[in-house]
Design a protein around this ligand. Sequence first.
Ligand code: TRP
Length: 460
Amino acid sequence: MANRGSFSGKIGFILAAAGSAVGLGNIWRFPYLAGQNGGAAFLVIYLICIFTLCFPVMIGEIAIGRKAQSDAYGSYQKLGGGKWGYLGLFGILAGVFILSFYNVVAGWAFGYFLEISFGNLLDTQDFGAFFGTYINNVGIISVFSIGFMVLTALVVSQGVQKGIEAANKIMMPALYAILIGLIIYSLTLPNAIEGVKFYLVPNLSEINTQTLFDGLRQAFFSLSLGMGTLMTYGSYVDKKQNIVASASIISIADTSVAFLAGLMVFPMVAAIGAYDVQGPSLVFVVLTEVFHNMGPTTGKIVGGSFFLLLCFAALTSTISLLEVPVAYLVDQKKLPRKPVVWGVATLIFVVGIPSLLSQGKVEFFSHLTFYKDRDFLTFISDMCDLSLTIGGCMLCIFIRGKWKIANMNEELSIGNPGYMNSYLRKYVSFSIMWTCPILLGILSLLIIFDKFVGIEYIFG
Ligand code: TRP
């Protein structure tokens, strides 16, 4: 088993897992979801989801991986036998689909980084129209998406320590530095305080079932939970390490970046008072206009740094997503890492083509009739989110019914001798036995119903 690869130690694992967690989800998606869902009210729901539903699942997922020392399929198969391996395969497949659309959005970010830093993006007048045209320029977006996938593959092909760990050790500190610099700058903009208020003063009237659904999906997605990423990374962790402590740091790191991203974005939004711009275009349209207004030089520097930040965040996540199917093929099929990496990366790019064409280029993918006329990228991203909460629910059922809570606790005590007698053990065990599977099961069903029928038929 020596040739599977492993992280060099505690820092390597934590940085890589935090790198996986911190991504487009935090910087691109979290702020616009918060904006749509009543600002701070969303933050509160999100934090409750993290604490009650995500944190226990994260601990369980890492524990399974470290115990089994195998990929997502191999881990379930080893500890569960029978048909449990299929649960791992389900997660691996979910990862393939997540990466397929994630890489398209990463391509947009990569493109904007280059256009703003070196090109003439800031010369435009109508930023919404520019964005719409830009992402439908299939040639350009393909080039950038392929470029992003190549960067991802280059890192993953170098293996766990020399590739994944090394890349995260450079990009994560850089990411934090850029983020903090941008927040400081953003808070000095005129009207900044208005933006902070919008973000931090809860508007309770905007909380509804949608807020709860969005909070839960975002929490799972943001922590990279429920499909085997953390299981795979956990399998590269040695027995000396304290899983519970690492999971706490990873959760806090991820949540703080999401929180800080809001603190960076909303003062900028306030600078032009564009609170009404919602959804995915928030970052690409509103912020670009703000960068434009800063004048050519400042705009290039601040805007360029922002999109570089987005690219770093995305890259540490795409790396973790690509590693999941790669680990499966390397562990189970005994295939050599490098060709597997390039093969899987190509396949995933191809799977992402419908997403790439779904922003207006091809009518069929842009308005799915069976999905309330929404586009394919939204559809696939919604389905992937769902597979995460379902995967999390099944993971708890697996631990409770098959692997057994006692075995999980034994694994968690390795590297953490006080765990058996701690309150945390009681909390995590109870959550995995009751709270998580029940709530995740019910909420997943409600989300499915909502997506295809509409929850308003139940709750009015
Ligand atoms: N967590 C990342 C983000 O917030 C995306 C991501 C990486 C992910 N690996 C994952 C999401 C595994 C779900 C599952 O952008």
